[in-house]
Design a protein around this ligand. Structure first.
Ligand code: HEM
Length: 403
């Protein structure tokens, strides 16, 4: 479809009507035109997929490529030409067989068993954050006090990244995932982080320690690979993918639970509900809705529509996660709901590498936070919270809380 022909299409992204509700357009489209074209800020058109069954089917379709460096890829933020070179090693943008090669290099680090070993350390990090909140002045910003430190300190521990470098990393990572910064600013932030991690990997190669980056660099060397750029990109994605989405889910999940005191009471009365509550919050917010884009490499027939080779496709995990044909109360937060088939972590070969880690962090955070601060409440009305409608990942900039 040409750029002029796309002018009458609905525009994408479709902003949330309130922090807890997706744009009503999603529901309309899912019921009337579940596979439809939308217009991106770039002026290009792309197919938006909103039904759970279509989203899952297309996540598995080998004729959809994840190659984000493709010139026709439906990017949601402007990119510099040099992005192609800078995105080397980005696992979510690789297709088979390259994707399998690189995912295999790290998959063992993220198994349920391996991640479970981190429980005591994550609990310690969460306890320290909550103790500092209790000892400090009120109100306190939950984002800075808990949501950001927990996943960022955890991922630093796992990778072997020094804590003192976190400020530098977070400053640049924030620009990388923002839609309001220019393509030049985002490319510069990416370059800076690549340089930092590239140097850190060289140090790890010379003096390997008991951390993931050291294991990765040694394995890479033992296998006779010499592409430092790929390894740097892989490490970068794990570092940055590791905290932004989890931090957002901690903040939004806390706000949502505070709005539903009956569900907090149920959770505290029966802590075994925590894993279910986490899945429900992941489904309900689907913070990574805007990261699951693809480009067709061959014509695809689906639901009476032909997606042509070269056309962009947006697989909306948020819309799929509110599909009434799959979830009993899709618009309601209900921690008792069966959410096993949610796609907040994607589906298929690119399904989130860090999902077991995210689940563990979220479970520990919600149990500890509500268990230790029973009178927790937001210090301003929820409607006044600065939600992130400008970022690639949905979230909230600041959540003042008190008790
Ligand atoms: C609430 C937390 C999280 C959410 C909602 C989330 C969501 C997602 C989604 C939707 C994808 C699929 C992208 C696609 O299909 O194109 C994905 C992939 C990925 N995620 Fe996560 N994620 C979370 C936490 C994490 C954590 C903690 C890490 C790292 C420790 C991580 C690392 C990755 C990586 C490396 C990929 C690419 C996997 C591949 O392409 O094979 N994520 N994530």
């Amino acid at each position: 479809m040409t750029e002029t022909a796309s002018a009458h299409l609905p525009t994408f992204p479709m902003p949330r009507s309130c922090p807890f509700d997706l744009s009503p357009q999603y529901a309309e489209l899912r019921s009337e035109r579940p596979i439809t074209q939308v217009q991106l800020a770039s002026g290009k058109a792309a197919w938006l997929i909103t039904r759970h069954q279509d989203v899952r089917r297309l996540f598995l379709d080998p004729n959809l490529s994840a190659n984000g460096a493709h010139p026709e890829f439906p990017a949601l933020a402007p990119r510099k030409q040099s992005f192609d070179e800078q995105s080397k090693g980005f696992l979510p943008w690789m297709d088979q067989p390259e994707h399998t090669t690189y995912r295999r290099m790290v998959i063992n680090e993220f198994t349920v068993r391996r991640i479970a070993r981190m429980r005591p350390r994550i609990q310690e990090i969460v306890d320290d954050c909550v103790s500092a909140m209790l000892a400090g002045p009120r109100p306190v910003d939950l984002v800075q006090a808990l949501s950001l430190p927990v996943p960022s300190l955890t991922i630093c521990d796992l990778l072997g990244v020094p804590y003192e470098d976190l400020d530098h990393i977070q400053r640049h990572a924030m620009i990388m995932v923002s839609r309001i910064h220019t393509a030049q600013e985002r490319a510069a932030a990416l370059r800076e982080l690549r340089t930092y991690l590239g140097e850190l990997l060289l140090i790890k190669g010379k003096q390997p320690q008991d951390d993931m980056l050291s294991r990765l660099v040694v394995k890479h060397r033992d296998e006779g690979r010499d592409d430092h750029g790929h390894l740097t990109g892989l490490a970068l994605l794990i570092l940055v993918g590791g905290y932004e989405s989890t931090a957002s889910t901690i903040s939004l999940g806390t706000v949502a639970l505070l709005e539903h005191p009956d569900q907090v009471a149920a959770l505290l009365a029966d802590p075994t509900l925590a894993p279910r509550a986490v899945e429900e919050l992941l489904r309900y917010f689907s913070v990574a809705d805007n990261v699951t884009s693809r480009i067709a490499t061959a014509d695809i027939e689906i639901g009476g529509v032909t997606i042509r080779a070269g056309e962009g496709v947006l697989l909306s995990n948020a819309a799929a996660n509110r599909d009434p044909s799959v979830f009993v109360h899709p618009e309601v937060l209900d921690i008792h709901q069966d959410t096993r088939t949610h796609v907040a972590f994607g589906y298929g070969i690119h399904q989130c590498l860090g999902q077991n880690l995210a689940r563990l962090e979220l479970e520990i955070v919600f149990r500890t936070l509500f268990g230790r601060i029973p009178g927790l409440r937001t210090a301003v009305p929820v409607t006044e919270l600065p939600f992130k409608n400008d970022a690639i990942m949905f979230g909230v900039h600041e959540v003042p809380v008190t008790w």
